[in-house]
Design a protein around this ligand. Structure first.
Ligand SMILES: CC(C)(COP(=O)(O)OP(=O)(O)OC[C@H]1O[C@@H](n2cnc3c(N)ncnc32)[C@H](O)[C@@H]1OP(=O)(O)O)[C@@H](O)C(=O)NCCC(=O)NCCS
Length: 189
C-alpha cells in the first residue's frame, strides 16, 4: 500500500528552513553517517560505536522495516534543498506488535552536534506526538534517558513527558562506572 509520506516544513531558531519527513531507504547512507557521528559521544547513548556495524544494505532494510510495521515511524530532519537531502536529526519510534502492548511505543532521538539548539529536536518530537495522537490504538509514548542527560530531559519535559521510573545503575560502562536510567512517558489519548 502507498500511504502518503508525512512531510512538514519548519523554521530553525537561526532562520534556516528544514523539513521533518518520514525516512526513505534512499536516506540510508546519510542516516548511517548521522548515527556514527552521534555514537562518537558515548555519554548520551546506550549503543557503543564498536557495536554499531550496520552496512548500507542493513540500514536500508532497517528503514524499510518501519514501513511494514504498524504504529512505528522513522522521522528525519532534512536541511537539504530540492533533491539533495541533508539529514541532521532522526527520531525512531517503535512498538512491539503484540495485542497487549500495541498501545505503547518507545522513541529514540538524536540531532547532529552543529544543528543543536535550533529547535530540531523539538520539531521531531512535536511531529511524532501529532502523528501519535491520530495513530489508531496508540496511547502511550515512552522513552528512556540517562539520568545525567539534562538537556534531553528538558527537551522531553517541554511537551509534557513525565518521569515514571528510575532504574539505578542500569548501564555499566567499560571503565566500571554506572549510569542511572530515567523512564519517561507522555499519554497521547
Ligand atoms: C537532546 C537533543 C536531541 C536536543 O536536540 P536539539 O535539537 O538541540 O533541541 P532543541 O533545540 O529543539 O531544544 C528543545 C528544548 O530542549 C532543551 N534543550 C536542548 N538543548 C539544551 C541544552 N544544551 N541545555 C538545556 N536545555 C536544552 C530545552 O528545553 C529546549 O527548549 P528551549 O530552546 O526553549 O530552551 C540533542 O542535544 C542531542 O541529539 N543530543 C545527543 C543525543 C541525545 O542525548 N539523545 C537523547 C538520548 S535519550
Amino acid at each position: 500500500m502507498n500511504t502518503p509520506r508525512l512531510c512538514h516544513s519548519w523554521t530553525a531558531h537561526a532562520g534556516q528552513s528544514f523539513v521533518i519527513r518520514q525516512a526513505a531507504p534512499a536516506d540510508a547512507l546519510q542516516i548511517l553517517a548521522h548515527t556514527r557521528a552521534v555514537l562518537t559521544e558515548p555519554e548520551w547513548n546506550i549503543t557503543e560505536l564498536r557495536e554499531f556495524r550496520h552496512t548500507v544494505a542493513e540500514e536500508e532494510a532497517w528503514i524499510h522495516s518501519f514501513q511494514d510495521r504498524p504504529h512505528s515511524i522513522l522521522l528525519v530532519a532534512d536541511f537539504g534543498v530540492a533533491e539533495t537531502p541533508l539529514i541532521t536529526g532522526i527520531l525512531a519510534f517503535n512498538t512491539q506488535n503484540r495485542f497487549r502492548t500495541r498501545h505503547r511505543g518507545r522513541l529514540g532521538i538524536s540531532v547532529q552536534a552543529p544543528y543543536r539548539r535550533l529547535g530540531v529536536g523539538e520539531a521531531l518530537l512535536q511531529t511524532l506526538l501529532t502523528w501519535a495522537k491520530v495513530e489508531p490504538e496508540l496511547e502511550r509514548v515512552e522513552l528512556s534517558v540517562f539520568a545525567h542527560n539534562g538537556r534531553a530531559i528538558s527537551l522531553y519535559r517541554k511537551p509534557g513527558f513525565q518521569e515514571e521510573a528510575r532504574l539505578s545503575r542500569a548501564f555499566k560502562l567499560a571503565n566500571g562506572a554506572y549510569y542511572d536510567d530515567v523512564m519517561m512517558v507522555r499519554w497521547v489519548k
